[in-house]
Ligand binder design. Structure first.
Ligand code: DGI
Ligand code: FE
Ligand code: FE
Length: 187
């Protein structure tokens, strides 16, 4: 595939703040690195990485309208605005930038994860956690795990996210719980 990477970057640049633009480019770099390591298409991973959060800064009321006109939301999704951008970004990319099923799914599940993820989905999920600007307390552990075993890194990230949501007394998305169960059973 020949991807028009400079155009995708300018599309992202127009829709995101400086901080999130830098994050997006860093996720692209991390995704490319993981693709090389785990034998995925490096360019495709880079493209999915730079595009993954493209709708993150759309106003929440518009985002809800945008996604509910395209898909049904679960009860947890309706009360979890932070997961809306994975749906909005996936549809936006498919309709306006490029139509590729792997890239669609990698963006579509990059926040919640899901059971039985494909390699590109796994790569984008992990790349988002280890991007260069991330500085949460366990980021070094996460980066180290990402170098050793992709599924172990995902389990660690899922456990971290589930714990954070529990501590904040927030609902946990069904796909997040199913991703955790699937990978634990699959080991
Ligand atoms: O978009 P980013 O900030 O780069 O990262 P992200 O897409 O992983 O979004 C992280 C946010 O999403 C974080 O504030 C926690 C929230 N989140 C992740 N998984 C779940 C979730 N929120 C709910 N309610 N349920 C989930 O399973
Ligand atoms: Fe995101
Ligand atoms: Fe992100």
């Amino acid at each position: 595939m020949n991807y028009d990477i400079e155009k995708y970057k300018s599309d992202v640049r127009k829709l995101l703040s400086d901080y999130r633009y830098v994050h997006s480019m860093n996720v692209g770099d991390s995704a490319k690195m993981l693709a090389e390591k785990y034998g995925a298409d490096e360019e495709k991973a880079y493209v999915a990485g730079i595009l993954h959060d493209i709708m993150k800064e759309m106003p929440k009321n518009e985002m809800l309208e945008y996604i509910t006109s395209r898909t049904d939301l679960s009860a947890v999704e309706l009360v979890s605005p932070k997961v809306w951008h994975q749906i909005a970004s996936a549809f936006y990319v498919r309709e306006n930038i490029l139509d590729d099923e792997d890239i669609f799914n990698a963006i579509r599940y990059h926040t919640t994860a899901r059971a039985n993820m494909g390699l590109l989905e796994k790569i984008i999920y992990v790349a988002d956690f280890i991007s260069a600007e991330r500085d949460y307390p366990d980021v070094d552990v996460m980066r180290q795990k990402a170098q050793i075993n992709l599924d172990d890194a995902i389990i660690y990230a899922l456990s971290f996210t589930i714990n954070q949501l529990e501590n904040a007394r927030k609902p946990i998305h069904e796909d997040t719980l199913n991703a955790y169960k699937f990978l634990i059973m699959d080991r």
